[in-house]
Design a protein around this ligand. Sequence first.
Ligand code: FAD
Length: 313
Amino acid sequence: MAEVLVLVDHVDGQVKKVTLELLTAARRIGEPSAVVVGEATDELKAKLGEYGAEKIYTAPAEIDDYVVAPKAELLAKLAADKSAAAVLVSATAENKEVAGRTAVKLGSGVLTDVVDVTPEVVAEHSIFGGAVITHAKVTSGVPVVAVRPNAIPAEPSSGAAAVEAVEIEISDAAKAARITDRVKQEKGARPELTEAAVVVSGGRGVGSEDFSVVENLADALGGAVGASRAAVDAGWYPHAFQVGQTGKTVSPNLYIALGISGAIQHRAGMQTSKTIVAVNKDPEAPILEISDFAVVGDLHKVAPQLTEEINKR
Ligand code: FAD
């Protein structure tokens, strides 16, 4: 069976959940090989093995000093050397760029924002607010696939992976953008937006920069907080939390939209959520069309009651 390369996302020595999802998907296609840029701790290597990585390729330390381009050179070289069946990365903004560059180097094609992938590397996309599912396949070369976090459930497998250091000469052109400093993000109590199983988002309907009604419900559910662009543009919540076409893409088990109308650009970032709940005072709001459950009412009345009930349990 051919190898399937998975670019590992990790932070503070911990593998991100999305990588475990990618390894699960990779097992359908062939033999998963994890590619680690940055420090591969023992804990990280053990976790990758637990989710089916048969090999772990560790990149030269210098690659971690640069943005995007050297990762693409690394993946393209490995894919060519190993005659890989596919390259899988998470569909983050940075990795989508890595994916595109890797596909160009391989002379193949890239599929982004994929929500599922078959053993034949046919990729599934969810479009038009989840109303239409499309399938696409790269027709020549090694397919490069960027999969959305939370789209494919991670399932453990057995075994420990063999570790192999990769040697590669990175071109000068790829070294154009160097990382000069890393600022450690303050670790809040809430999970990261794109990784969270529950996301509670607030829109213009929240009415002010006091987002506590959204935050309290998110905290009761152990979830992350998101925001619509209208709320972000109003300066009520930071852009890092914006969900949608020009923000983050999320695909949690539960997405609660408080006072969000459901514009197409917002849907683009949350339409693949497993269960969507909307609280909106307008029964005609478009978000209701894609919601599994909806409460027509004032979010400032509904959300606090919901938070109180959840906190009682
Ligand atoms: P509104 O559309 O104003 O909706 C507010 C909703 O709150 C209404 O449905 C209203 O009935 C309800 N409401 C009001 N008060 C209450 C209350 N007390 N209780 C309950 N409900 C209440 N948008 C994004 O979100 N993310 C993006 O990434 C994004 N990218 C964009 C990119 C482009 C190129 C463009 C052109 C637009 C983009 N937008 C994006 C903007 C998008 O088109 C919408 O304008 C935006 O999503 C609207 O945000 P909203 O739903 O919070 O506000």
